[in-house]
Ligand binder design. Structure first.
Ligand code: BT5
Length: 339
């Protein structure tokens, strides 16, 4: 089911608010009707919509309606309730199933949608990674795309995927209390396995970025076996981790999404106003790549060296056995950390 924000939603959200406020007690049809200006006959329609969204609601002829449990879907009004951002995630489009959140976000960006809009889905049929790779996105994960219109020079856009991965990593560490680390360029890993990935797709002119759509995939409450079965032979696969397995309990996806949007907004605003220095330093502090021996595969060439630093634009600096430093720019590159 598609949940897009519209005026029609306003009524059932009002009804939901009343039910939540009653804290498990019945609310009469009469008082719902009085407060929301919905006719008593039409209330059931809104109640059945709420049930379709996953809320548990009991109805009793004499007493009215009561909320039994909330929905476990990442519904826009639930995310926004308690979201501490100015523009990131202020408009959210939610889908139970979609081909790829990237496709819709790009379409909206092409239609001049403002920055900060989020497209989120419970599952994706055709989730994608970089350079046409497949991204497995079963139920229980966090799969979202965000439209950004950064006011930075086009040449510096390469820092955005790293900045986003940093925000994801900080949010996971803070909400889940697990040792998430960054693997250059865009991966978030736990104990060497990938728990989240970032994809950036951009439209730009020589001196101006039109938009960047950032895709974020987090294996939150997903079964790692399911992911493995989907993609174990995919290029670049080095093992998947999930937060539920690492924490031995379900992660509160809503809290994690809110924290992620807040972190991303603050890092993004800092990037626009101060440049990339602090972001790169924070990235290095959480890096699992720096200081290790890496194998870099670029098209048909592969070489080995020590990952020594990150450049101002996010490029990886690799020290070769002959002592020379080679700059590796993200893109069609695969870096393997040697264990
Ligand atoms: C990425 O690409 O890591 C970017 C992932 C972005 C996914 C989000 S979900 C919301 C939005 N909508 C989309 O359609 N995409 C974005 P890359 O670095 O190219 O890594 C892709 C590789 O990761 C695959 O070839 C597999 O080896 C591996 N992989 C795929 N699904 C995975 C998963 N769920 N967990 C861990 N590894 C996975």
């Amino acid at each position: 089911m598609v949940v897009q924000e519209s005026l029609a939603d306003a009524k059932h959200i009002e009804i939901l608010k009343m039910l939540k406020k009653a804290k498990g007690r019945y609310v009469s049809g009469q008082s719902i009707s009085r407060k929301t200006s919905v006719s008593r006959a039409a209330i059931w329609k809104h109640i059945s919509t709420l049930k379709k969204y996953g809320y548990g609601i009991a109805s009793s002829q004499g007493q009215g309606y009561k909320l039994l449990h909330s929905s476990d879907q990442l519904l826009p009004w639930e995310i926004k309730d308690g979201l501490k951002t100015e523009f990131m995630g202020r408009v959210i489009h939610h889908f139970s199933v979609i081909d790829s959140t990237q496709d819709l976000a790009i379409k909206l960006a092409e239609e001049n949608a403002p920055e900060g809009i989020v497209v989120i889905a419970e599952t994706q049929r055709r989730g994608r990674g970089r350079i046409g790779r497949k991204w497995s996105a079963p139920e229980g994960g966090i799969w979202l795309s965000i439209i950004l219109r950064p006011k930075i020079p086009t040449a510096e856009s390469t820092i955005l995927p790293l900045a986003t991965a940093l925000a994801v990593c900080i949010a996971i560490r803070s909400v889940c209390k697990v040792d998430a680390r960054l693997k250059w360029p865009n991966d978030i890993i736990i104990k060497g396995k990938k728990v989240a990935g970032v994809l950036a797709e951009m439209s730009c002119e020589a001196d101006r970025i039109n938009y960047i759509v950032i895709g974020i995939g987090i294996n939150a409450n997903v079964n790692v076996g399911k992911i493995e079965a989907n993609i174990k032979n995919a290029p670049g696969y080095y093992g998947a981790a999930s937060l539920i397995n690492e924490m031995n309990k379900e992660v509160d996806r809503m809290t994690l999404v809110r924290k992620l949007l807040a972190e991303l907004e603050s890092i993004y605003l800092e990037l626009e106003s101060e440049g990339s220095d602090t972001i790169i330093q924070s990235w290095k502090d959480l890096s699992a790549t720096l200081g290790t021996t890496v194998t870099v595969s670029q098209n048909d060439i592969a070489f080995e060296g020590k990952a020594v630093d990150i450049d101002y634009d996010g490029a990886l600096l690799v020290k070769l056995p002959d002592g020379n430093i080679r700059r590796v720019v993200a893109g069609d590159v695969y870096v393997r950390i040697k264990r």
